[in-house]
Design a protein around this ligand. Structure first.
Ligand code: E4P
Length: 214
């Protein structure tokens, strides 16, 4: 499973990239807005930090306009992936973009049938949102599992990005059901790193070392 970070904060991206485990970045309009910076400048800066797929989302709701936005965004860097919402217009845009060799990430996926249609349109990635499904009493991980099973059954090469991850168990559970990628918020990366037994183990080794013959 590949690990992406789900943020538009360059300091967070730099820190996790420095651990040597980061393979891509996803952003969305809410994450960009939170930074209070110019969209394309942030995306460009991210491409200079991470050498992997960087998702940047379009704002238009009409296919033709999405395509225009996408063609402009991909000029920033060859690693840009265009995030497209899961709508009929979105599917049309994905079809056009995939025929032009532009990579897409179909976002806001909440059902296996949506994922199947996105893949059929030529999406490079689909992003099922676990956390938001859990919030309304569904089981997000089940959605990821079903999508992976369907894609495997039909040898569909669209990759599944487990998105809207809220805690480290989401990462583990989606890894177990075969998600190709997890896009993880900064705080969850920190949770995944820490274990109290690791910390107390280091303390004990260092304390015992004080009494070692050197
Ligand atoms: C995915 O690409 C989205 O940016 C993200 O995972 C949404 O997560 P949220 O439900 O925490 O906003």
């Amino acid at each position: 499973m590949k690990l992406f970070i789900d943020t538009a904060n360059v300091e967070e991206i730099k820190e996790i990239a420095s651990w040597g485990i980061l393979e891509g970045v996803t952003t969305n309009p809410s994450l960009i807005a939170k930074e209070g910076r110019v969209f394309k400048e942030v995306i460009k800066e991210i491409t200079e930090i991470v050498d992997g797929p960087i998702s940047a989302e379009v704002i238009s709701l009409k296919a033709a306009e999405m395509v225009v936005e996408a063609e402009d965004l991909v000029k920033i860097h060859e690693n840009i992936v265009i995030k497209i919402p899961m709508t009929d217009e979105g599917l049309k845009a994905v079809k056009v973009l995939s025929s032009k060799g532009i990579k897409t990430n179909v976002t806001l996926v909440f059902s296996p049938s949506q994922a199947l249609m996105a893949a059929k349109a030529g999406a490079t990635y689909v992003s099922p949102f676990l956390g938001r499904l859990d919030d309304i009493g569904h089981t997000g991980v089940e959605l990821v599992k079903e999508i992976v099973e369907i894609f495997d059954l039909y040898l569909i090469d669209t990759e599944v990005i487990a998105a809207s991850i809220r805690h480290s168990m989401h990462v583990l559970e989606t890894a177990k059901v075969g998600a190709h990628i997890a896009t993880i918020p900064y705080g969850v990366f920190k949770q995944m790193l820490k274990h109290p037994l690791t910390d107390s183990g280091i303390d004990r080794f260092l304390k015992d070392w004080e009494n070692a013959v050197k």
